[in-house]
Design a protein around this ligand. Sequence first.
Ligand code: DGJ
Length: 738
Amino acid sequence: MSVTLKPNLIDVDEQQLIFHLHNEQISYILGVETGNVLAHLYFGPRVRGYHGERRYPRIDRGFSGNLPDTLDRTYSKDDLPQEYGGNNTGDYRQPAAIIKAANGARTVDFRYQDCRLEAGKPNLTGLPQTYVEDEDEAQTLIVTLVDDVIDITLELAYTIYRDRPVITRSARFINQSEEMVDLEKAASMQLDLPTQPLDAISLPGSYARERQLTRQRLHRGVTQFESRRGGSSHHMNPFVALAEPQTTEFSGNVMGALLIYSGNHQFSLERDPIGQTRLTVGINEYNFDWQLTAGQSFQTPEVALVYSTDGLNGMSQAYHQLLRERVARGQYKNELRPVLINNWEATYFDFDADKIQSILDAASPLGIEMFVLDDGWFGHRNDDNSSLGDWSVNRKKLPAGLADISKRTHDKGMRFGLWFEPENVSADSTMFKEHPDWVLGVPNRGRTLSRNEYVLDFSQPAVVDNLFEQMTAVLDEVPIDYIKWDMNRNLTEVYSPHSVSDQEGETSHRFILGVYDLMERLTKRYPQILFEGCSGGGGRFDAGLMYYMPQSWPSDNNDPVERLRIQYGTSLVYPISAITAHVGTSPDELLGRSTTMAMRSAVAMSGTLGYELDAAKLSAADREAVQQQVAFYKQHRRLIQYGTFYRLESPFESNTVAWMFVSPDQKEALLYTFVILGAVQPEPHITKLAGLNPDQNYVEEATTEVYGGDELMQLGLYTTPVQTSDFMAQIRYFKVQD
Ligand code: DGJ
């Protein structure tokens, strides 16, 4: 019998104390420097081995101190590239951790102690994370550092996957002392990159304008991307990429850092006086103070690092696969996602069973597969001023209850979905009247209202249990196939009336842990339910949520021009199967802009398709168009949702936008082109395709023309027909010639 041993992924040189994590694509190297300081040596394309070329050059740098009790003036922690810098011991750059000891000192100095290797990847209890399905697909290096004055041990975990250009990192603090310490900052990772020009690519935004891809050259000083809002936020996604300046969508080196977390986050990039760049990623230190009592440990969230030598598309594709295959869980992670219709923009709060029936009657012949009943079905909610927290059906509106709506939907051969907003409560609700102390708030201070709601204190287990009971009461009684989980405000007065006052710095993290706990319990109990994340549109579109919910609503903005940018930016990290996209009305409900059905549908058919309109009010022409869209989408849905996605031309740079989907075997492709504004004399525009097999010929379905894959990628295609009007969209399907 012959056994094939899979090659080792981590080399440990026990003499030199060099650790080399490698696979076919990447290498990550770290080592122990003078004084047992853990140094960063390399992250990039795979190298076979390491021969000491990154040993840090010694030079006396004035005003940078040296290690205590040594006479070597040429070695300083202030410039040494490190893996996890301390505080107040001569490294003046951003610290990775700040720990206040019992004596009030905030001095942190971690030194190497030892290391161990583990097969696969250890579980981070209570947190979302990447995982392995088979122990052999990854290996983990755990490096133990210690600050022996405050007696805290730090375990840095590094996992490398065998077949992905991915390293994951996280940190765990263990208090070995007899006293309590305050963790005031506990980054998940830090990494010091050598001197070189770098661009930071981030995803800032706002409500209804999420994830606007932004690229900026890093200059001296600190550039910070963060959320202090209690959620990952519309305003700054928990992701940053560092690209060499010449990197494009298709070529060049880029490294991504994605925090798998849905709460306050902080990405800081410090370009030091000699041009080195320190990247620090983790929970935001803002209002953070975790009391680590004797013997206790604190586990940080995880960061997924990706390295691509194939430009931004290469990085995005690695993230898409990772998030789809090793973050998303449950039966839907590889399943085709249903085409849905949602009643929100069709009815808002003004619906009854007849109205819903009319939508069902109109939607089902169009091929739409699921109806989602949005906000307003519970308590006495007729607008957004009441009833959050009272999760039982509004019998005035729906006298026969939810079971009746579910049955009506199922009778039409469609699945039934329902909206919840579990984390908030209305002042006008039974829950708030009975449990005013279940709400975040600071004694003797007013509570900030937002959309007329308060935030429930999910750091209290009793609150989480109550929501679990209320939701399971509905879900056990009514056949429900899908849940849209909304969250319509940010956190304020982040104080838990039930914790002792000096634990306040823990509340925002404990809040998110409570949210994860509820999500874990519900998704485990109802594996047949498809969950979709939402937060006033895309306020919590992050990898943390993807661990529980394989898809998410990226924005309330359905205007297709705005959506081009939102979906383009979102695709930088998140897979297409996770990005839901609905055809709205024209004029658009939020923006009021009138656009073509062709553009609205092509943008929506670039994600997980749905409709956000009253199907009963569609014109005959639009009905026919929708029927065709749904049929076309179903035919190509696997290619769209699970194919390889290429961004070709950016809506942030040009009036013509293009992207495409290629099947994993390169036998099929869909090319989408959009021309936003028309022109009297349009310039001829050529789009070059990507990801095809250059040696194969492809037939374009609509024209039956045959082109070589090499031609499509090198010569490209004109955008035709040449149109002078606004909002043109075209989808072209290509298949390998038999
Ligand atoms: C915000 C969501 O993004 C919308 O789709 C809708 O569900 C409303 N909330 C309902 O209040």
